[in-house]
Design a protein around this ligand. Structure first.
Ligand code: MCA
Ligand code: AMP
Length: 495
């Protein structure tokens, strides 16, 4: 029988608890049963969704996973969309990938209903589905396409990264092996569920292993710390911004609370940081505070996780470590030379079974991003004493803020729709909490003026909250090179 290994493994975990929220629990069998019913409802009269795109608008947790598995078991491609995105951002994702069904809970269904009606997309409110006649589900082979995640890049609009079931399985197995996941693990889930970090590193690895997940609707610092102090978790995975926020919270806690919470962190078997550079100072502060050495790793939507510090071995502040199991990594100079020596910087290129299949409907962009069968990450690194250290990105137009990858070009395109903005350049400036802060440098029309607050308000209908500029510099003209092109390094030098 061609059943996805994730499903077969869930059967073997059967009565184990997969999700816990307060006193509510769901077993692995509950997920299987719920996804069975939802798959039947999605299929309706059809036998197989045949890779139709099904968008998912749900917070992380039991219903999210049941819906995800139902899409996969019915033969569809799952496309999770950002809960806090604006309507134009949702519209872009739904139309770019020709979504035919949106699956949401009642609260989110109400928010996206007008858009679905306008686009003629079927909206399934899963809260209204209590059971569905059980259908025979199609056979799903691992070469089928499983997921599309939108990622910002060097183009204005995000691109859909398509992964197959085999890609996803390879990404999971690599991490389960490297970080020694087991059925005894317990992990909190507070990361957004439209990115690899929440979907693969936390949720899928846990469920592959028979472990338990405690979902939070958002990053609710106090609620999470209350669980940490009672040893609710063995594992913790977060972006650097979250570690900065945790340090701030611990520093301002009473000495009694601080000691109790630190005890919980100290007793975890592993704490991981990734999605953006973890400053060595934060790494060291966290060790000094909790005795835990954070394990930093490096990944990307297109490849899953590629490089990691060692679980048993050195966890070096400022470095991302060595290639993960099943992943090949090489560095290449701008001139196309493969680097064989240490201490010589080059672009990271990655090869392996976890590397994505293609960008949705963009064969040229897909071809451009590969060097033979090696994926070109656009990140620069150097190998030092056996560990890679990330040096930055090749493109100045990519900003990492709060762990989110943002395209400066996308934000510029949105700002240029403002009636008073003549020209603009968006950059990321170093920020202690967010890694980089989105900063807009604008030339206004006819000496007009605009307060940052007003501009931010205007942006909120167009851009997700983390893309909205944090600061604004008004200039008479943007710095340009001899060819008349705006140069971002010169824009950065204005600060
Ligand atoms: C939110 N705020 C910001 C930003 N985001 N301010 C500056 N820069 C930002 N980027 C402001 C809001 O405007 C709001 O302000 C206040 O912070 C609280 O907003 P909220 O959204 O509630 O913030 P939060 O819940 O504290 O979120 C912080 C967060 C979140 C938990 C760090 O950004 C997050 O979940 N990041 C993780 C993203 C992630 O998973 N990335 C992985 C993708 P006010 O209070 O004034 O209204 S990368 C990936 O998957 C690859 C493969 C990998 O390697 O992992
Ligand atoms: P995304 O496209 O959102 O998947 O983000 C992937 C990008 O995040 C990578 O290309 C890197 O630029 C960045 N990234 C992920 N992990 C790290 C890390 N540990 N250190 C520095 N950058 C990272």
């Amino acid at each position: 029988m061609n059943e996805l290994p994730l499903i077969t493994r869930a059967r073997s975990h059967g009565a184990a608890i997969a999700f816990r929220s307060g006193t509510t629990t769901h077993t692995y069998q509950d997920i299987l049963d719920r996804s069975d019913a939802l798959a039947s409802a999605l299929l309706g009269e059809a036998d197989d969704l045949k890779e139709s795109r099904v968008a998912l608008l749900l917070p992380g947790g039991f219903e999210y996973v049941a819906a995800q598995w139902s899409i996969w078991r019915a033969g569809g491609i799952k496309l999770p969309i950002c809960l806090s995105a604006t309507e134009p951002e949702w519209e872009y994702a739904l139309t770019d990938s020709s979504v035919s069904i949106v699956v949401a809970d009642a609260a989110n269904a109400a928010k996206i209903a007008p858009l679905c009606a306008r686009l003629g997309v079927r909206l399934v409110d899963i809260d209204a589905i209590t059971s569905a006649p059980a259908k025979t589900l199609p056979q799903i082979t691992s070469d089928r396409r499983a997921m599309i995640l939108y990622t910002s890049g060097t183009t204005s609009k995000p691109k859909g990264v398509v992964t197959t079931h085999a890609n996803i399985q390879a990404q999971i197995e690599s991490l389960v092996q490297a970080w020694e996941w087991s059925a005894r693990d317990r992990i909190p889930l507070f990361l957004p569920m439209h990115h690899i970090h929440g979907i693969i590193n936390v949720t899928s690895c846990a469920l592959w292993s028979g472990a338990m997940i405690e979902p939070f609707a958002r990053f609710d610092l106090n609620a999470i710390l209350n669980r940490v102090r009672v040893d609710a978790y063995t594992l913790f995975m977060a972006v650097p911004t979250i570690y900065v926020k945790l340090i701030q919270a611990l520093e301002s806690a009473s000495s009694e609370d601080r000691a109790a919470i630190i005890g919980g962190f100290k007793r975890m078997r592993l704490m991981v940081s990734g999605s953006a550079a973890l400053p060595a100072s934060v790494h060291e502060q966290w060790t000094a505070l909790t005795g835990q050495k954070l394990l930093e790793r490096y990944g990307m939507t297109e490849i899953g996780m590629a490089i990691s510090n060692l679980y048993h071995g050195e966890r070096r502040p400022g470095a991302v470590g060595a290639p993960l199991p099943g992943v090949e990594v090489r560095l290449k100079t701008e001139g196309g030379q493969i680097i064989t020596a240490e201490d010589e910087p080059g672009e990271i290129q990655v090869r392996g079974p976890g590397v994505f299949a293609a960008y949705w409907n963009r064969p040229e962009a897909t071809a451009e991003t590969f060097d033979g069968d090696w994926f070109r990450t656009g990140d620069m690194a150097v190998l030092e004493r056996g560990y890679y250290r990330i040096m930055g990105r090749l493109s100045v137009d990519i900003i990492k803020s709060g762990g989110y990858k943002l395209s400066a070009l996308e934000i510029e395109a949105a700002l240029l729709e403002h009636p008073l903005i003549d020209e603009c350049a968006v950059i990321g400036l170093p920020d202690d909490t967010w890694g980089e802060a989105v900063t807009a440098v604008c030339v206004f029309k006819d000496n007009a003026t605009l307060e940052l607050k007003t501009l931010r308000e205007w942006c909120k209908d167009r851009l997700s909250v983390y893309k909205v500029p944090q600061s604004l510099l008004v200039v008479n003209e943007l710095p340009r090179n001899a060819m008349g092109k705006v140069t971002k390094p010169a824009v950065k030098a204005l600060f």
